[in-house]
Design a binder for this molecule. Structure first.
Ligand SMILES: Cc1cc2nc3c(=O)[nH]c(=O)nc-3n(C[C@H](O)[C@H](O)[C@H](O)COP(=O)(O)O)c2cc1C
Length: 218
């Protein structure tokens, strides 16, 4: 079962994938929302973009007794999260890199659901000391497992080139800097959004999956 939307503007959710106090993720998503608001598909009403903050979903560590692929949800927070994900065609997963991968909270939010992710279109926006590429690499595998479609272009923001620390106290370990995306980042994000709208449109128009028929003999 897929929960792809069938009518109206293509709905894109920008998921804030980090939940910690003081996270840079909020600034990164705010920038992404601004770039998206200038995208032709959004300006013409063909697509719309909304922010989804995982911290506000307040999902506990997975506490469902039945694996998500059976769709037998017992917890109210799972049903609530399912209802949120269902209403979108596509998501930009905005993820920092934590210890060579994605934050546990983001993985947990993916693990809660299954059918809701099927045929959803995913764009990846990573950031981290080294740009978040190892987190986005992992997300390509994770999202394939829940049968989502990850577009080829992704965006990477290395912290020491794309954040400005000039106003920060060098001795302050909590200094987040100010997001200052490097040259070409807006364009990369716009390209990724174009791919997402293209794929989302195609998936809406697509006929139901072709019956693979009886297995070939021999
Ligand atoms: C638990 C933890 C692990 C991290 N591991 C990595 C890492 O493996 N590679 C990297 O480039 N940055 C790493 N970082 C740096 C983060 O990517 C960077 O601090 C980023 O801003 C975190 O996202 P957030 O501010 O939205 O929480 C790590 C940060 C934390 C908190």
């Amino acid at each position: 079962m897929s929960t792809t939307q069938t009518a109206g503007p293509i709905r894109i959710g920008l998921i804030v994938g980090s939940t910690r106090p003081g996270r840079r993720g909020v600034a990164v998503v705010r920038w992404a929302a601004q770039v998206a608001s200038r995208h032709p598909a959004v300006r013409t009403g063909c697509a719309e973009v909304e922010v989804i903050d995982l911290a506000e979903q307040a999902l506990p560590l997975l506490d469902e007794p039945v694996p998500a692929m059976f769709g037998d949800y017992r917890q109210p927070h799972t049903r609530r999260w399912s209802a949120v994900v269902t209403t979108y065609d596509a998501f930009v997963l905005v993820t920092p890199e934590y210890n060579h991968s994605i934050p546990a909270g983001l993985k947990n939010a993916v693990d809660y659901l299954y059918a809701e992710w099927n045929d959803k279109v995913i764009g990846l926006l990573g950031y981290g000391v080294q740009g978040g590429g190892r987190a986005t690499d992992h997300l390509r595998l994770i999202m394939a497992e829940v049968r989502a479609v990850v577009v080829p272009t992704e965006v990477s923001l290395p912290i020491f080139t794309d954040f400005d620390f000039s106003g920060s106290d060098p001795g302050d370990p909590t200094a987040s800097g100010v997001l200052a995306p490097g040259a070409g980042r807006d364009e990369s994000l716009a390209t990724m959004l174009t791919e997402m709208v293209t794929w989302s449109t195609a998936l809406r128009a697509g006929t139901p999956a072709v019956d693979s028929g009886p297995e070939l003999a021999g």
